[in-house]
Design a protein around this ligand. Structure first.
Ligand SMILES: [Ca+2]
Ligand SMILES: [Ca+2]
Ligand SMILES: [Ca+2]
Length: 335
């Protein structure tokens, strides 16, 4: 049986009961399943009466099944009860069940994670806070993000940001986790924790990302990066041309994990100092500083010649035929 979410259901069967003492109901909603069993105390014992279940009631259950499988937010409280009216001789009697309340739970969901950088012309924007960071004294709120040359941004307002595989030391890097089953209450802004690490420096920080709205299941925050930092100081110490990783594990399901990474200031990165965005289409020529001649560059195998002149955003191939697909704005990586 399907009960309309958050609705009060009145059951008025008028025939002989085919079940003894209980009725039961399942409530389905988008993102959640809830089951309840309103109990009719002692009907079965009394009822030698004739009960006939209303066809109208049965029809209403079918309609309810179609409509509630759509938009009930997790955390919605369903109040479920029933009344049974029956004839006992000449008398009509009514028995009410107890009321059962329960909250809609989110459906299990797999998580995704991505990294993003501030980019003024990005087509999407998101709030990124409040973001907290774990210190030896517990979780503390982070200072506002402040991309270089731009100044502080209010993380409670939408910030234009672009998914990225490269990060710029000194700039904040934004972290986005999408995990719909961590939105367990559609009326409350919740949070998830993410670990960000820089293997080259050994630094690691744990961030607490806030949900971008009460009922989104999307959690966005940020970490400030720098070249001079220590563990648990809420700044991720990074090195040029090394990787940073962000890892999320669903606290209720350790098989649900996601990881994203980005390269910090890879050699050959061309970016717009106004917008923070990488620039594709820029021609880059590598020069040997000592001779002033085109530099000698080798591919990943250490033997095949890699071009000394290339265009950002385009595939690069070395003479051995290996192709290199690099992040936007990048011509060469020495990682
Ligand atoms: Ca999950
Ligand atoms: Ca929520
Ligand atoms: Ca640190």
């Amino acid at each position: 049986m399907m009960f309309k979410a958050a609705g009060r259901l009145t059951l008025r069967p008028k025939g002989r009961p085919k079940v003894s003492t209980r009725t039961m109901g399942d409530s389905l909603a988008e993102g959640g399943v809830a089951t309840s069993y309103p109990a009719f105390g002692a009907i079965g014992g009394r009822a030698k009466a004739w009960l006939r279940v209303s066809l109208l009631f049965a029809a209403s259950l079918i309609v309810a099944q179609q409509s509630v499988a759509q938009v009930t937010a997790p955390g919605t409280v369903i109040r479920n009860s029933g009344n049974v009216a029956y004839q006992a001789g000449a008398a009509t009697r009514t028995t009410a069940s107890n009321e059962v309340t329960l909250a809609v739970q989110p459906m299990p969901a797999r998580a995704g994670i991505s990294l993003a950088r501030y980019e003024a012309t990005a087509s999407s924007a998101s709030t990124a806070g409040p973001t907290q960071c774990q210190t030896t004294s517990g979780f503390m709120p982070l200072m506002r993000p402040a991309p270089q040359g731009l100044g502080e941004l209010d993380p409670l307002l939408p910030i234009p940001m672009q998914d990225t595989g490269v990060a710029h030391a000194g700039d904040p890097i934004f972290v986005r986790v999408v995990d719909m089953d961590r939105n367990s209450d559609g009326a409350v802004v919740e949070s998830v924790d993410v670990r960000v690490t820089a293997p080259a420096t050994g630094d690691a920080e744990v961030l607490r990302l806030a949900e971008t709205g009460p009922n989104t299941g999307v959690f966005v925050g940020y970490i400030v990066t720098g070249t001079d930092a220590t563990a648990a100081d809420c700044t991720l110490q990074v090195q040029r041309n090394s990787q940073i990783d962000a890892t999320y594990v669903d606290p209720t399901d350790n098989t649900d994990a996601a990881q994203a990474d980005a390269l910090v200031d890879p050699f050959g990165l061309v970016f717009d100092s106004q917008t923070g965005g990488p620039i594709n289409g820029a021609r880059v020529r590598l020069i040997n500083d000592a001779t002033g001649q085109p530099a000698t560059v080798f591919g990943d195998d250490g033997v095949s010649r890699y071009p000394s002149e290339m265009v950002t955003g385009q595939l690069v191939a070395d003479q051995g035929g290996t192709q290199y697909s690099l992040p936007a704005g990048v011509t060469i990586s020495l990682g």
